[in-house]
Design a protein around this ligand. Sequence first.
Ligand code: XUL
Ligand code: CO
Length: 435
Amino acid sequence: MSGHFGDQAPIRFAGREATEELAFRHYDPDALVLGKRMEDHLRFAVCYWHNFVWPGTDPFGGQTFERPWFGDSMEQARAKADAAFEMFELLGVPFFCFHDRDIAPEGATLAESNTNVRAIAELFARKMETARVRLLWGTANLFSNRRYMAGAATNPDPDVFAYAAAQVKNVLEVTHELGGANYVLWGGREGYETLLNTDLKRELQQLGRFLTLVVDHKHKIGFPGTILIEPKPQEPTKHQYDFDVAAVYGLLKTYGLENEVKVNIEVGHAVLAGHSFEHELALASALGILGSCDINRNDYQSGWDTDQFPNDVPEVALALYYILRAGGFTTGGLNFDAKLRRQSIEPDDLLHAHVGGMDVCARALKAAAAMLEEGSLERFVAERYAGWDAPEARKMLDGTYDLAAIADYVERAGVQPTPRSGRQEYLENLVNRFC
Ligand code: XUL
Ligand code: CO
């Protein structure tokens, strides 16, 4: 049957020697890496919004993509679902993700909008009876409509807080019914433009209460998935309360939610926060809140969120190295929160983008696994801190020694630190041998 992607056959692994353009050269779902299938390591997801909703606009120009399902009718929403599931099948991805407003048109009232979302979710459920694709996460769009221009949970108007809470309740329940592995809260506009009109302390308390309400409802309905917050430092608002992993951890600690909520780390958001992707991953792992990833890349020149498909193997390899070291994903995965460039207007540009991204991640996974197996990096770090295993060193950390006792020890033992090389260049060369 010919669909949106013509008579394109499902895309298969064909190895490095593949002659067809649309083939996986590295992503072999069944290949074992560190004893686990590649598909189960990477847990790829296709996002609904950039692929099937975004019209190709930029600040200077309007729509460049012409998709037959663009429009506000339920019929178009169903056609969009058909194209989406066609693409999931062609790519063989195990997961997808959506916002409520991606999948169905907004109605005149929230009840009407929720009915539309439910109708498409029922269509998804029917399609999922035969399709292999599963839901990685669902989320509510609490940022596009003008009612949310001053935030959702952090809005000065309690009616907006209530509306947002009701919207999240619906999508959380729909996500649960579709067997979603996670539920995501991206801050959207949870931040502010100017302090001159903002009660920052009050807004933070509202955000804490909102998060608690969501977690309580998750338990009430028995949703077994993970609640994830997706940090982003700015854009759309000048100051976002969920700036980065550290800021989100602070929020979670403040509201006693650090064992309930994890993070969905996006490459481009890490870059906007002035961090590297692997820094955010390593920090989240150290704090015990590493959940899932939005995998894309950002333009280091532009200063905004360009959401490009990943194509830098060493960058992704380092990221996957820290994910593997953290034990890999449990409920999380790699969601391609990435969009085409606006001149890529052919239907198969969507396929090329994902095939390339999946191959980059597969190459990176093999490199990361090899780094881990070879062990030099881990050994170097372990040896660098080996001094802490000595009895006197332990006493400084376990509370045996106070400041005075440490000072005595320095005198008694004639402690004289000897600087040692951090060997950064050697380690960078080592990484390059695997990528
Ligand atoms: C925005 C962003 C969102 C979230 C889901 O920058 O990344 O698409 O991933 O709301
Ligand atoms: Co994202």
